[in-house]
Design a protein around this ligand. Structure first.
Ligand SMILES: [Zn+2]
Length: 213
């Protein structure tokens, strides 16, 4: 089956007609890699479906000028000029930040798993805003002698990017994460078990409803 049909019919996600077929292939490959890491076929599709699915659209021109793909709540905005599989895995981490966080834009305002990871490492995330671009982020880790994210992007910009890069490495290059950032590796393995171990009971909005009660 063509990847676009898999996304629309099987995953029941929205994908804009502007997203070309080869990007749909890349998206399906990324989902398959994440499912392999989760250890449960169909886990990502099923769990996200319960949370209202995912929308995949083309970036507005301003973001294309900036040269970034980005995520707002459950929508992935893709720069139509290039798309690599590891980028898609990274963007899915931002989706998890938003869906699991206490704020629907947790990747900007905080309150998601990225904050949990940074606190676990020993740094208070509330000092960083916006969460995806906070000057001094790397320095605060260096000054406190805390392990840095193995990627330059992950260590430089802020908690949301640190988490997204940690997730990307956990899925695509776990050995590198284990060797270069063992505390992040341990945290994300625990996080996976906590949220995805039993896909039947998974609701990606669990924390949100608890907070609203
Ligand atoms: Zn990012």
């Amino acid at each position: 089956m063509k990847s676009r049909l898999i996304i629309v019919n099987s995953m029941q996600w929205d994908v804009s007609a502007q997203i070309i077929d080869s990007y749909c292939d890349t998206l399906v490959q990324a989902v398959s890699q994440i499912d392999t890491w989760l250890g449960v076929p169909g886990c990502l599709e099923g769990s996200v479906k319960k949370s209202g699915g995912i929308r995949i659209v083309s970036s507005p021109w301003i973001w294309q000028k900036l040269g970034f793909h980005h995520v707002e709540y459950n929508t992935i905005f893709l720069d139509p000029r290039n798309l690599a599989m590891d980028t898609v895995v990274h963007e899915f981490a931002h989706i998890f930040d938003n869906l699991l966080g206490s704020h629907i834009l947790a990747a900007i305002f905080g309150g998601g798993p990225s904050d949990d990871m940074i606190r676990y490492l020993g740094i208070e995330p509330d000092q960083f805003f916006p969460r995806f671009h906070s000057p001094g982020y790397e320095r605060s880790f260096q000054e406190n002698h805390i392990e840095l994210n193995p990627t330059v992007y992950g260590r430089t910009y802020g908690p949301a990017e640190d988490f997204a890069e940690t997730f990307k490495l956990a899925v695509l290059d776990p050995e590198r994460l284990f060797l270069a950032a063992p505390r992040r590796y341990k945290w994300i393995q625990n996080w996976k078990n906590e949220h995805f171990f039993n896909p039947d009971s998974l609701t990606l909005t669990g924390r949100k409803s608890a907070d609203n009660d």
